[in-house]
Design a protein around this ligand. Structure first.
Ligand code: AMP
Ligand code: MG
Length: 398
């Protein structure tokens, strides 16, 4: 095995991103998808001088002349075409959301007037020009950029897409993903394992990690049988864009995957990274297909997904993939080895700073520890002593 560093593995992975293409889908299906078009204002925002309080619209010049009693000429309701104030010393009742009546330039809310016998008496002594009016184009001008391409569509974006009339939206296509568990010792969740068996857990944690990225996947389980692996993986390679394996890539007698993948003409980019856990990670490409084969140890699979798959996917769809999270180590930690160590930690946030306390009994196979921890501190291979108070790269999963 030719070992490579975490840094080299990261750079190979980020140089092998894929474009999954673009599709146009109905607005109501776009939540959490990645926008693949820039969205511009189709008109001014707001599109007309809009009354922003229920009250009366007047001409400020009349108010400035000293007029305080305004005869009501008419009513301007929301959703109705603009009407005129004919006599500048009169007023028009105007409702929130209505277009400002012609020849008026200030709105006095009902709270500041008394209406009797069709006359509105004003209770205030000062009014500014365009008071209680949201001027046309105040927020955005026609053709101005509202949402940039490569934004994750949330509720706020859906509102804006609706307001500019986008019934259909261009978004990144979602890759077809297969998660493949390997191992004769694995049984289904609904089965009672024999003493020498375990329930399959990795496929479900990986599926959940994908779901957190708004991705879905099909699940497979293959036995440690070379002929079966060859036949099944050949088909899976045809049907899916991304294959995520767990198990079968180490040095065991029944770890057939590296061999099988090469026989199926998947190009090996690397096998084994100087890290713990997750060292036997195998990564390869076949045309546009990308193959992540993680070792089966549940913490290794979990960590490698966060460390490698997640930035690879985010970069592939044009999202920000660099994680610059740092956390401060709460106690001295020693790890003597030439491997990068991923330490499971519990995080406490003190005044916006993250403090990381290592989980004790940090056996890498202990998937139950994942429940207690919040993420991994990355302890570089170059050092073995890590002092309390040092600021270190942090990979969160919560
Ligand atoms: P392997 O990488 O195949 O050598 O597996 C390493 C360890 O992870 C073994 O103890 C396996 O039983 C375990 N393992 C492999 N696949 C899974 C899985 N899908 N869920 C839980 N544990 C697994
Ligand atoms: Mg195995």
């Amino acid at each position: 095995m030719n070992f490579i560093s975490v840094k080299e593995a990261t750079s190979i992975i980020l140089n092998n991103t894929e474009i999954f293409g673009v599709e146009t889908i109905p607005l109501t299906n776009t939540l959490s998808r990645v926008l693949k078009e820039s969205v511009f204002a189709d008109r001014d925002f707001p599109p007309f001088d809009r009354v922003s309080m229920d009250g009366i619209a007047i001409s400020k010049a009349s108010f400035d002349k000293g007029i305080r009693s305004f005869k009501i000429e008419d009513i301007q309701a929301a959703g109705k075409a603009q009407i005129n104030l004919n006599n500048p010393d009169y007023c028009i009742e105007a409702m929130t959301g209505a277009i400002l009546p012609l020849n008026t330039d200030a709105v006095i809310p009902y709270e500041q007037i008394n209406i009797e016998n069709g006359i509105a008496k004003v209770l205030i002594d000062e009014i500014s020009y365009f008071k209680n009016i949201h001027p046309k184009g105040f927020d955005k001008k026609e053709n101005e950029l509202l949402i940039s391409e490569n934004t994750i569509i949330g509720a706020a974006e859906i509102g804006v897409l609706a307001t500019v009339g986008k019934t259909h939206v261009k978004v990144a296509k979602q890759p077809r993903i297969a998660i493949i568990a390997t191992g004769d010792e694995l049984v289904n969740v609904n089965q009672t394992p024999k003493p020498f068996q375990i329930r399959k857990s990795n496929v479900y944690s990986v599926l959940a990690l994908l779901n957190e990225l708004n991705l879905d996947a099909d699940l497979f389980h293959l036995n440690d049988d070379k002929a079966v692996l060859l036949k099944e993986i050949d088909q899976i390679l045809k049907d899916f864009d991304i294959l995520i394996f767990s198990g079968g890539v180490s040095k065991g007698k029944f770890d057939f995957l590296p061999q099988v993948l090469e026989e199926l003409e998947v190009k090996k980019c690397f096998h084994s990274v100087k890290q713990k856990p997750g060292k036997p990670f195998w990564f390869g490409k076949k045309g546009s297909k990308t193959i992540f084969a993680f070792p089966g140890n549940p913490v290794a699979t979990f960590l490698n997904f966060i460390k490698y798959f997640k930035p690879w996917y985010l970069k592939s769809v044009g999202l920000d993939f660099e994680s610059n999270n740092l956390a401060i180590l709460e106690e001295d930690f020693t790890f003597k080895s030439d491997l990068t160590y991923y330490l499971q930690v519990i995080i406490t946030n003190k005044d916006g700073m993250l403090f990381a306390t290592p989980i004790m009994g940090n056996g890498s196979a202990d998937l139950v520890n994942l429940v207690e921890a919040d993420g991994f501190l990355e302890l570089t291979a170059e050092k073995s002593e890590f002092k309390k108070g040092s600021s270190l790269p942090y990979l969160p999963y919560r």
